[in-house]
Design a protein around this ligand. Structure first.
Ligand code: ATP
Length: 313
C-alpha cells in the first residue's frame, strides 16, 4: 500500500467513526390549535420556519451509549435515555439490529424549553448522524417516520426550510419561501413546559367551540413572496394567550420589541422565547439593542430564516 493509499484509508476510518450534524431551531409563524382529541393531542395547522440558531450533534463509536452536552443551557439537558438524541439512536439501532454503542455529544445553542424545538433538533441530528456513522442508508421516508415517532416537531427539524405541519404537526408539506426574513429572538429567564402550555390552552378554552385549525392563505402567500410586511400582518399563535397566562412577564418583552420597531412580535411556539420580525438586518440590530436594554429577557439573538434542515458537516 502506498503512503497516499494509507492516508486515504486512515481518513476514511476517521470519517466513519465520527459524524457531526448541524440542525436548526424553528419559529412557528402560524400555530393554529384545534380542540383536544380523545388521545390528548391537538390537531394543528403549524407553519414552521427554520432559523439560523443551531445545535450540533456529534456521534462517535464508543463502548456504550453515552451522552454529553455543552452550551449555556447544558445543565438542563437530560443525559440519560430520555434525551431525544439517545431515543433517536436507539430506535434506528433497534430497526437495523445494530448495537447502539455511541457517544452522542450535543453542542447546544438552541435555548432549552424555549419553544424553538431544541430537543427535536437533537433527535433529528442524532438520527442523521447515526445513519451516516452506521451506514444504514435509511430512506428519507423511514427517517421521517422515526422522527414522527419521536415527536411532533422532529420531522421538521430534519427537513428545515419552511413547511406546513398538520395532524399533530408531524405530517409535513414543504413551502416555498421567496426571500430571507430577519428575526430577533429574546430568550426568557426560565423555560416553559410544552405540555403545561397545552393544558393551560385547554383550561382557558374549556366550554369554547374551537374551530378546525387551517393554514392562513395570506401567510402562505407572504412566505412565498418573501414579503416581511405581509408576513407580519398574518403571523398568529393560538398558544400565545396560554403562554402569557403562565408567564405574564413575557408581555413586557413583546411590548419592548414592538416599541423598538419590530413589524411583528409573538411568542415562539409554546414559548417562552419571543420572536420579533423586522424588515432588515439593521432594524433587527436596533430591536435587539432595545430588548437587551429593557432587562426583560436573559439573552437576545439576531438571525434569519429560512435555514437548511439537518446537515452532515
Ligand atoms: P418545542 O418547541 O418542540 O415544544 P422546546 O424547544 O420548548 O420544544 P426543548 O428544548 O425541546 O423544548 O426541551 C423540552 C424538554 O425536553 C426539556 O426540558 C428536557 O427535559 C427534554 N429533552 C429531551 N431531550 C432533550 C435535548 N436533546 N435537548 C433539550 N431538552 C431535551
Amino acid at each position: 500500500m502506498t503512503q497516499t493509499e494509507r492516508e486515504r484509508e486512515t481518513e476514511t476510518e476517521t470519517h466513519t467513526q465520527t459524524v457531526t450534524v448541524r440542525v436548526p431551531a424553528k419559529v412557528n409563524v402560524q400555530l393554529a390549535v384545534g380542540a383536544a382529541r380523545p388521545d390528548g393531542f391537538h390537531d394543528l395547522a403549524n407553519v414552521f420556519l427554520a432559523v439560523g440558531l443551531y445545535d450540533e450533534v456529534t456521534v462517535t463509536a464508543a463502548d456504550e451509549l453515552r451522552i454529553t452536552c455543552e452550551g449555556p443551557d447544558a445543565d438542563q439537558v437530560p443525559l440519560d435515555r430520555t434525551n431525544l438524541a439517545a431515543r433517536a439512536a436507539l430506535e434506528l439501532a433497534r430497526r437495523y439490529g445494530i448495537d447502539p454503542a455511541v457517544h452522542l455529544h450535543i453542542a447546544k445553542d438552541i435555548p432549552v424549553a424555549g419553544g424553538m424545538a431544541g430537543g427535536s433538533a437533537d433527535g433529528a441530528g442524532a438520527l442523521l448522524a447515526c445513519d451516516a456513522l452506521w451506514g444504514t442508508n435509511a430512506s428519507r421516508e423511514e427517517l421521517l417516520d422515526i422522527c414522527a415517532e419521536l415527536g411532533s416537531d422532529v420531522p421538521f427539524s430534519l427537513v428545515g426550510g419552511a413547511a406546513l405541519g398538520v395532524g399533530r404537526g408531524e405530517q409535513l408539506r414543504t413551502l416555498e419561501v421567496g426571500g430571507t426574513f430577519h428575526w430577533v429572538f429574546a430568550i426568557a429567564e426560565r423555560g416553559l413546559s410544552t405540555p403545561a402550555v397545552f393544558r393551560e390552552f385547554d383550561r382557558m378554552n374549556d366550554g369554547v367551540r374551537i374551530p378546525e385549525p387551517v393554514a392562513s392563505q395570506a401567510l402562505l402567500d407572504a412566505l412565498a413572496k418573501g414579503d416581511a410586511g405581509a408576513l407580519a400582518g398574518a403571523v398568529s399563535n393560538d398558544l400565545q394567550p396560554a403562554a402569557l397566562s403562565l408567564f405574564p412577564a413575557l408581555a413586557d418583552t413583546l411590548a419592548a420589541g414592538r416599541a423598538a420597531g419590530a413589524l411583528a412580535a409573538l411568542v415562539s411556539g409554546s414559548g417562552p422565547t419571543t420572536a420579533f420580525l423586522t424588515p432588515d438586518v439593521e432594524s433587527a440590530r436596533t430591536v435587539a439593542d432595545a430588548l437587551r436594554a429593557s432587562g426583560t429577557c436573559r439573552a437576545v439573538r439576531v438571525t434569519d430564516g429560512p435555514a437548511s434542515g439537518a446537515t452532515v458537516l
